[in-house]
Design a protein around this ligand. Sequence first.
Ligand code: DX5
Ligand code: ZN
Length: 233
Amino acid sequence: MRGDPQISASILNADFGQLGDEVRRADRGGVDSIHLDVMDGHFVDNLTMGPVIVEAVRSATSLPFHAHLMIDNPLAYAERFADAGSDLIVFHVEVEDDPGEVIAAIERAGRRPGIALNPDTPAEAVHPWLEAVDLLLVMTVHPGWGGQAFMVEVMPKLRALRDEVDRRGLPLQIGVDGGVNLETIGGAHDAGGEVLVVGSALYRTDGDLAPTVAGLRAAARARDLAGLDAERT
Ligand code: DX5
Ligand code: ZN
């Protein structure tokens, strides 16, 4: 059974000239965690941030840091992102490194492991690892950039993964990443997403983010209420 919607702020679309302040802005806005998109120019065609950036903004908030590693060799970098202050480290099941070894490296570094899958990757690819991770991140865009359109065609796979996690009675959380905004967050939550990563739909707002975060959370919950009403009638 999916939990209450959590909003995770992806800082990829924040103002990098004031990154610490942008993290604080999200914190004051009431988000539940900070999502850090790490790209190596190989796994995806973009280069973003390394451990030095994570460390630089770590003191801006006590919120959990979720490092989303879109890199070819997470095994070589997991410990460095842990030392930089990441609380949860997510890597992609599509990489060459053995997922079991990467999960063990993250746990040896005293952090929580997560695994992500791209839109074209079948659900079965992560089935062997569901017992071993704290977060399953379902990509609803092809990774590499913020501001892309939400891929609604991923929803059946998200529902299937939700059913699989519930069937096994696992405590892990399911996250949804890419194109999540006021129009799409309800569907993403309804299909089974609990940790809803929001980038451009958050940081395109100037000033106080609290109304935007509250609006996103309400839109996610709206389907729950509609579902309850439907049950009642
Ligand atoms: C894309 C990243 C996402 C992205 C989210 O590769 O993994 O976290 O930054 O940003 P929006 O919400 O704008 O799609
Ligand atoms: Zn991400």
